[in-house]
Design a protein around this ligand. Structure first.
Ligand code: ADP
Ligand code: MG
Length: 360
């Protein structure tokens, strides 16, 4: 059995990968004349189970970066599913008991439940029993027996998470249930990093939490950032398309992030709560572009589970949200607002369903 945990690589390998991500995901940030010769700083580190990198232009950029990393560490400590001191660990270890949580954790759980409602349970923060059963991204990854999947599935139901707004408590109503915020916490963290940037009047910056990219303003020379979309078939940093943005969150969920292969079948880390198994759409990745990373993160996981038809329908019903799907035939499917905005860099990929082929 082959086991892949791209996001868990650490140490030197992580740092090397990181350089690639910065260069390719946001290419063009080097070699430009920088506005007023603004001071700039960048940093990368392994955090929230992934590689986090950021670049900040403005006064005292090192200080801003330190504060941003401190905030992300705080969020990780509150919401990690494995850290014994986290609120999520406490909730999961005390089913039936109201567990008092901090305002960050409460907000993220509440938002996750809202997305569960919007997506009719395709996104479900109570997915933990299925995630731990499959163990994808851990040393215990395996294909469980049908009976085990059925048993774990019965414990996955966001309607059994009860929130008390006044007391800021969370109760899991069935023993064995568990919350997992892996599909949304990084999005929240990216928005919190942006809040810190704004507090320090930073007008040009980006943060990338392992595929959750958020850009502030444009580049210091006034031009937009150029964001690259990961080629789902290739090593991290290989870009197959790009587009230009200012002030946006861009989040990709892909079947290549964490997976293992057994008997020629790829089992990835995004679970369809209805089947209890990795989502079986014909997608390689789904990228959401909108104003807030919190929404983009929840939605990219959601539409990956829902597939192209239902995913597009959901995205088109929401204001200011765009999506780019890549399917297994290497076709690119775009929401209306993205048409003619994507530059395809690798001719293996074909835009489909577009009114005209013009590209920027
Ligand atoms: P990543 O965290 O790799 O960037 P996602 O944001 O798509 O990718 O989140 C995937 C993670 O979310 C999984 O590792 C798991 O912890 C959790 N998860 C898996 N399936 C679902 C689902 N249907 N709804 C909510 N969370 C999920
Ligand atoms: Mg997500």
């Amino acid at each position: 059995m082959k086991l892949y945990m791209q996001k868990r690589c650490c140490g030197i390998i992580a740092v090397i990968c990181l350089v690639l991500i910065v260069v390719f995901v946001l290419n063009g940030c080097q070699g430009q004349k920088e506005k007023n010769d603004l001071p700039a700083a960048s940093k990368s580190s392994f955090l929230m189970d992934t590689i986090v990198s950021m670049k900040v232009y403005g006064e005292k950029p090192d200080k801003v970066i330190e504060e941003a990393f401190q905030r992300m560490r705080e969020i990780e400590n509150e919401m990690s599913v494995t850290l014994k001191s986290s609120y999520i660990y406490k909730i999961n270890s005390n089913p039936g008991e109201p567990v008092k949580v901090d305002s960050d954790t409460f907000r993220v759980i509440r938002k996750a439940i809202t997305y569960a409602e919007i997506t009719d349970g395709n996104f479900d923060p109570s997915i933990r029993p299925l995630v731990s059963l499959w163990g994808i991204g851990t040393e215990n990854a395996r294909v469980p027996a049908r009976s085990e999947i059925e048993e774990a599935k019965r414990l996955v139901n966001y309607k059994l998470i009860k929130l008390d707004e006044e007391e800021k408590t969370v109760v899991l109503q069935k023993p064995g249930m568990g919350i997992d915020l892996g599909a949304i916490a990084k999005g929240y963290a990216a928005d919190e990093v942006r809040r810190i940037f704004k507090k320090h009047r930073v007008e040009h910056a980006f943060v990338n939490l392992g595929g959750n990219v958020l850009v502030v303003g444009g580049k210091p020379d006034g031009s937009p950032w150029v964001v690259g979309i990961q080629d789902p078939r290739r090593e991290r940093g290989s870009v197959m398309a790009s587009f230009k943005v200012k002030d946006k969150a861009i989040v990709t969920s892909g079947n290549y992030e964490r997976y293992f292969e057994k008997d020629g079948v790829v089992y990835h880390h995004i679970i369809d709560p209805k089947t209890g198994s990795p989502a079986r759409t014909n997608l390689l990745s789904a990228t959401i572009i909108c104003d807030d990373s919190f929404d983009a993160d929840a939605l990219s996981t959601s539409v990956f589970v829902m597939g192209v038809d239902r995913g597009l329908e959901l995205v088109e019903s929401l204001n200011g949200v765009e999506v780019m799907f890549i399917n297994k035939d290497l076709e690119i499917i775009l929401s209306e607002g993205l048409k003619n905005k994507i530059k395809v860099l690798n001719q293996d990929f074909k835009l489909v369903g577009n009114d005209n082929d013009e590209q920027i």
